[in-house]
Write a protein that binds this ligand. Structure first.
Ligand code: GAR
Length: 199
């Protein structure tokens, strides 16, 4: 069984789609949903599905191994970011090499980097009068929105589309592709070996 932890800061509509999609897969399981916000809706969704939850503080995440230890205790093989707004620290990146995945609501490398999240991204796309946008699924490294691109999905933008309209089109693409891309990546790799997890 490959075991996934999802990290999310907000609503968690992508997290929900992933959980629902993987319910039918006997080889992959979401075992933890972590958030940096204790009021995040994603935590209610996790409880509805009887998935363990945790709220991470800045000091847990950046100044200790406590979150990493939690992942090890749960035998987590993959980390999936779904609307998670904190930069991932290097201890997690070295413990999970090429096994941390993020989704971004634009066609990277355009509209990436610090501060480029949620509606900010779609406002910038609108301000530039772009006629296409989309979503990017990529591996995570030490910089925001910078790791190797795995998959991109595109959508046309109409000149009359508001940033909210663009957001809705992009979110639809995210829901369509993210669960399947994650499933494909996870199924294509063996479990993370103990040596990688512990050294
Ligand atoms: C998604 O659109 C995701 O691409 C974006 O946050 C949204 C979360 O929605 N992520 C970023 O902007 C990361 N830079 P959700 O909570 O409904 O899944």
């Amino acid at each position: 069984m490959r075991r996934i932890a999802i990290l999310a800061s907000g609503t968690g509509s992508n997290a929900r789609k992933i959980v629902e999609h993987l319910q039918d897969n006997e080889f992959v399981e979401v075992v933890l949903i972590a958030s940096n916000r204790k009021s995040a809706k994603v935590l209610d969704m996790a409880s509805d599905h009887s998935i363990a939850t945790t709220v991470i503080t800045r000091s847990d995440f950046y100044q200790s191994e406590s979150f990493l230890n939690q992942l090890r205790e749960l035998d987590v093989d993959w980390i999936v970011l779904a609307g998670f707004l904190w930069l991932v620290p290097s201890n997690l990146i070295s413990a999970y090499p090429n096994r941390i995945v993020n989704i971004h609501p634009a066609l990277l490398p355009a509209y990436g980097g610090k501060g480029m999240y949620g509606i900010n991204v779609h406002k910038a796309v609108k301000d530039n009068n772009d006629n296409v946008s989309g979503m990017t699924i990529h591996l995570v490294n030490e910089n925001y929105d910078d790791g190797a691109i795995i998959f991109q999905g595109r959508t046309d933008i109409d000149p009359s589309d508001s940033p909210e309209d663009i957001a809705a089109k992009v979110l639809k693409l995210e829901h369509k592709y993210y669960p399947k891309v994650i499933e494909g990546m996870v199924m294509a790799q063996p479990k993370l070996t103990t040596s990688k997890k512990y050294f």
